[in-house]
Design a protein around this ligand. Structure first.
Ligand SMILES: C[S@@+](CC[C@H](N)C(=O)[O-])C[C@H]1O[C@@H](n2cnc3c(N)ncnc32)[C@H](O)[C@@H]1O
Length: 295
């Protein structure tokens, strides 16, 4: 079974079976505009082999790595075997220096760049992706005794699952515009933070703030108007309830445990929202019953 080949903050491995179960019985193409590590895509592809998928994310390095897994598996495996062998042969201090050296040197060759991206993900702190203002990766070295940098079988399974997928670097709004009536879209944005300190939105050099949450809600409304089935996850926060209120959307609370959180207490299950437009798209007169939020 194909699974994510990188760790990713907000990864949806646990929620994936629920999304698969809630997907429409039949649809034309699948769109995932906030791909991340692709947990939902891999689960859906397993349930529906041959799925026509349009996958995208704003993170250019992430999409480049997906493309290398799809198109250059042998080269990628060889590059990972090399980097992993050299790293694992070192002692603790040697590994730390090696990591910092790789981190400091972005590569232009796409296969080497993808190997670097996967290596940093597997050996960096908590599998985080964080960049500074100029886009340089700045996650510190992790503390793994024997990190599995190269998983040949996992990469092979992922490569097969991705064989027919379209992979693009896109803002979610442009990705949603590509969806047509009869398609299905799953949206998993960086979540609205539950508290000011819980904010973790630095997947790319740009932040995902309240204006982006509003743009996303507008894109979701637009999909609904155009008759495109969509599901969206977000945090169970009053601001999100308010954003999606006044429409015939089904908003369910689901209990989720978080995969990546530096604080132990943050690993306790928390409530998240799953918002569906299934009922609204069957009402051909979809309207927004709130003059405050109407576009
Ligand atoms: C919560 S993660 C998705 C996790 C994914 N579902 C998984 O299982 O791994 C959110 C993703 O949104 C991406 N992102 C942030 N801003 C974006 C934007 N404006 N348009 C598209 N993607 C964006 C981030 O790079 C990140 O990969």
């Amino acid at each position: 079974m194909a699974k994510p080949f990188v760790k990713w903050a907000g990864g949806k491995a646990k929620l994936a079976p629920r999304i698969v179960a809630e997907a429409p019985a039949s649809f034309s193409r699948y769109h995932e505009p906030f791909l991340g590590a692709g947990a939902v895509f891999f689960a859906l592809e397993e349930a529906r082999p041959g799925l026509q998928a349009c996958l995208s994310d704003a993170n250019q390095e992430l999409i480049a790595a997906f493309r290398a897994v799809r198109d250059n598996l042998d080269g990628l495996v060889a590059a990972l075997a090399d980097i992993s062998g050299r790293y694992l042969a070192l002692d603790d201090e040697g590994r730390r220096r090696f990591y910092l050296d790789v981190r400091a040197r972005p590569l232009l060759d796409p296969v080497a760049a993808a190997a670097r991206f996967i290596f940093l993900n597997k050996t960096g702190y908590n599998g985080l992706y964080r960049v500074n203002a100029s886009g340089g990766f700045n996650v510190p070295h992790g503390r793994y005794v024997n990190p599995r940098v190269l998983d040949r079988e996992g990469l092979l399974a992922a490569s097969k699952a991705l064989a027919h997928a379209d992979l693009q670097v896109l803002d979610f709004a442009a990705a949603c515009e590509r969806a047509e009536p009869g398609d299905f879209v799953y949206l998993d944005p960086p979540y609205h933070p539950l508290s000011a300190t819980a904010s973790f939105t630095a997947y790319t050099s740009g932040d995902f703030g309240p204006a982006d949450q509003e743009r996303l809600r507008d894109a979701f409304d637009d999909l609904t108007r155009r008759g495109v089935s969509a599901l969206l996850s977000n945090s169970d926060h009053p601001a999100i309830h308010e954003l999606y209120a006044g429409r015939a959307y089904d908003i369910q609370a689901v209990q989720m445990s978080r995969a990546i959180n530096s604080k132990g207490s943050g690993r306790a299950p928390i409530s998240e929202l799953l918002i569906s437009n299934a009922r609204a798209i069957h009402d051909s007169r979809f309207t927004i019953h709130d003059s405050q939020t109407a576009p």
